[in-house]
Unconditional design. Structure first.
Length: 573
C-alpha cells in the first residue's frame, strides 16, 4: 500500500483501530478452546471518525481528506456536511454526487501541480483503479478487468489562505471494500405477469435514504429490462406524498402516497403492500402501512407471490453396469424416482428436470433431447452440439446450438427465441431462473466468453418470444463453462480453461450479496469439478469430478461423496 493510501485510510479507520486495540488487550494467549458469546456489530453499526480539513492543510491533504470523507456521505447527511468543508460553496452546490460511483481497489497516488507559495490556484491529479461502478440508478457493474481512470481536482486559496476544492466532477470515488458501509444492497421486487412470483432487480442505494429511494423506484414501475416480464400495480399518478419513507418506533414502515392510490382496486393495493414489504422490510418482520396523505388506508388482503425458489430434488444419471439409470438425490443419498424412468439405449450426457420432479429430459449424446418422463419417450428436438437442457416452470425446455436459442414447448413443437444482442454469439450454457422470468447465459463471441442475465419475454400463452437487453455478470471470471442459479440474484459459475484447473465462482446479478464489495469470488471446493448444479433456497451445490464422483457441498471445506459413476446431475429448472 502506498504512503498516500495509508495516510488516507488512517483518518477513516481511527475509530475502528481504537476498538481493535481495546479488543486485543483481552485476548488470552494460552489455554483451552472456549466458546464465546460476544455479538459482532453489523456493518451499519460501525462508525468512522471523519474530520474536516486541518488548518493550513496543503492541496494534497485537502483532496485526500475530501475523498476519504465523501465516500461515507451516502450513509450520513452529517458526513456530507463535513465533506463540504473541503470545497467552496460553488463547487459543492454544482456537484451531483450520484451521477456515477467508481469503486476502487485502492485510492490513487496523488500528485500536485507545481506552484509557489503565493499561488492562488493549483490542480491535484491521480490515477484511480476502478473495479466496478454504480450508475445514477444504483445499478452495479463489475468490470471485466481493472480500469485506470484519470481524476482531477482544481483548488483555490481563499482570502484566509486556506486551500479548498473549487471544481468537482460529478460522481464519487469509493473504496470497493467500503461499499456496504455507504450503500445498501436493495433487491426491488416486481410481480410476474401471473402474480405468482417475485422477480428481483438489485440496486445499491445510499444507506441514509435507501427505503425512500427504493419506494420511488417501485412506484415508477419495472425497469426497462423487466418491463415485458413483470407487471406494475401502481395506478398512474401515485407518488410519494412526502419525500420520505419512515420507520415508526414499533417497526411499522409508513408510506404516504398521493390521492391517486385510491384508484387502485383492493387486490392491486394489497399486492403493492406486499411488494413494498418484500423490498423494504429486510427480513425483519416489519409491515408496511399505506396512507393517502396523512390518512391510513384500510388494509386489504391478496395472495402474496413467492420468492424465487427451486422446488424438487436433483436428478442424476448413473453409468450402471446394465446401462444408464436415473436416480434422485435426497440429502446425502440416492433414491428411486417417484415414477420409474427408462433410459436404456440412450447415451445420457445431460439431464433437465421440471419443478417438483415433473418433466425429465435427457440429452442423448450431443445432438438430441428426449423427454423420458412420459409413458413413451418423445424426441423434442435435434441439433448440433446442444447445450444441457433447462426446464422452466411452464414446462418449456430450453437449449441452444449454432442456430441460436431453441425451446421445445409443453404443448408440442419448437420455436427459436431471438435477441439482437445474441447475434455473433454462441451460447455455451443456459439456465432459466425458478420464477421463469429470467435466464442466465454463457456466450462465446468477439469479446470472448461472457456471462449475462436477461429477462424472458412471453406471449399470452407463456410461449417465449424473446429476451430483454442483457445485464453483464461476473465480468472478471474467465473461461466460464457453465452457469446455474445459486440464489435469487446469484449465479454459480464453473470456470477454467482445462478440466484440471476448473473452479467454482459466485457472482451477483447486480452485485454479490453477503460481501462488502459486491464483487465475484471463488467458492472453495475439495475437488476439481467437471460439472456442477445447484438451486435457489436450501438446495446445496452438487459437483461431479472427472472420475464421476458426485459430491455435495456442506461447507467450504466439507464436500462428502454421495455416489460414483455419475455422468450428469441437475436440479429442477
Amino acid at each position: 500500500m502506498s504512503r498516500s493510501t495509508r495516510h488516507l485510510l488512517s483518518a477513516v479507520c481511527a475509530a475502528t483501530l481504537a476498538v481493535s486495540v481495546a479488543a486485543c488487550a483481552s485476548i488470552p494467549m494460552s489455554g483451552g478452546v472456549m466458546e464465546g458469546s460476544a455479538e459482532v456489530d453489523s456493518a451499519e453499526d460501525i462508525a468512522f471518525d471523519v474530520q474536516g480539513p486541518a488548518t493550513d492543510a496543503d492541496p494534497q491533504q485537502i483532496v485526500q481528506g475530501f475523498v476519504s470523507v465523501a465516500q461515507f456521505g451516502p450513509a450520513s447527511a452529517q458526513t456530507f456536511d463535513i465533506a463540504r468543508e473541503y470545497t467552496t460553496q460553488a463547487a459543492w452546490s454544482s456537484w451531483d454526487e450520484y451521477t456515477r460511483v467508481l469503486l476502487l481497489s485502492e485510492f490513487p497516488e496523488w500528485t500536485v501541480e507545481e506552484h509557489d507559495d503565493a499561488a492562488a490556484a493549483t490542480t491535484v491529479r491521480g490515477e484511480a483503479t476502478v473495479v466496478a461502478s454504480l450508475d445514477e440508478s444504483g445499478v452495479f457493474t463489475e468490470l471485466p478487468e481493472p480500469s485506470v481512470v484519470d481524476v482531477t481536482f482544481d483548488l483555490t486559496r481563499g482570502p484566509d489562505g486556506q486551500w479548498r476544492i473549487n471544481a468537482l466532477d460529478d460522481g464519487m470515488l469509493v473504496l470497493a471494500s467500503f461499499l456496504t458501509y455507504a450503500f445498501h444492497r436493495t433487491p426491488l421486487y416486481y410481480p410476474t405477469s401471473d402474480r405468482r412470483w417475485w422477480v428481483p432487480d438489485v440496486r445499491w442505494y445510499p444507506n441514509q435514504s435507501w427505503r425512500t429511494t427504493a419506494t420511488q423506484a417501485i412506484l415508477a414501475g419495472p425497469p426497462p429490462w423487466l418491463a415485458q416480464s413483470t407487471v406494475s400495480v401502481v395506478p398512474e399518478g401515485a407518488t410519494l406524498a412526502i419525500d420520505a419513507v419512515t420507520v415508526a418506533d414499533d417497526g411499522t414502515i409508513d408510506v404516504s402516497l398521493t390521492s391517486a392510490i385510491t384508484e387502485a382496486p383492493p387486490d392491486d393495493r394489497a399486492l403493492l403492500v406486499a411488494q413494498l414489504e418484500a423490498t423494504l422490510r429486510e427480513g425483519d418482520g416489519r409491515s408496511v402501512v399505506l396512507s393517502e396523505g396523512t390518512s391510513p388506508l384500510a388494509p386489504t388482503t391478496a395472495a402474496e407471490p413467492s420468492r424465487p425458489l427451486t422446488t424438487g430434488d436433483a436428478v442424476v444419471a448413473l453409468d450402471a453396469d446394465e446401462g444408464p439409470e436415473l436416480r434422485r438425490v435426497v440429502g446425502r443419498e440416492l433414491t428411486d424416482l417417484a415414477a420409474p424412468v427408462d433410459v436404456s439405449g440412450l447415451d445420457v450426457t445431460a439431464v433437465g428436470v421440471g419443478p417438483d420432479d415433473g418433466t425429465i429430459v435427457v440429452r442423448d449424446g450431443a445432438d438430441r433431447l428426449v423427454r423420458v418422463s412420459d409413458e413413451e419417450r418423445s424426441e423434442l428436438l435435434v441439433g448440433e452440439s446442444l447445450v444441457a437442457p433447462s426446464v422452466d416452470r411452464f414446462g418449456v425446455v430450453w437449449t441452444a446450438d449454432g442456430a441460436g436459442l431453441r425451446v421445445a414447448l409443453s404443448t408440442g413443437g419448437t420455436v427459436t427465441v431471438g435477441a439482437d444482442w445474441l447475434r455473433n454469439q454462441t451460447v455455451r450454457s443456459l439456465r432459466v431462473s425458478p420464477e421463469g422470468a429470467r435466464i442466465a447465459l454463457v456466450t462465446d463471441g468477439p469479446d470472448g466468453t461472457e456471462v449475462w442475465s436477461a429477462a424472458v419475454e412471453r406471449d399470452a400463452d407463456d410461449v417465449p418470444t424473446g429476451l430483454s437487453a442483457p445485464v453483464p455478470v461476473g465480468g472478471p471470471v474467465q473461461d466460464v463453462q457453465s452457469v446455474d442459479w445459486s440464489e435469487e440474484s446469484t449465479l454459480l459459475l464453473l470456470a477454467g480453461s482445462s478440466a484440471a484447473a476448473r473452479n467454482l465462482y459466485v457472482a451477483g446479478v447486480g452485485g454479490l450479496a453477503g460481501s462488502n464489495d459486491g464483487l465475484s469470488r471463488v467458492l472453495p471446493t475439495t475437488t476439481a469439478p467437471a460439472s456442477v448444479t445447484t438451486g435457489v433456497g436450501a438446495s446445496p451445490a452438487l459437483v461431479i469430478d472427472a472420475e464421476g464422483m458426485l459430491r455435495v457441498r456442506q461447507s467450504a471445506a466439507l464436500w462428502p461423496t454421495i455416489a460414483t459413476d455419475v455422468v450428469a446431475a441437475a436440479y429442477p429448472g
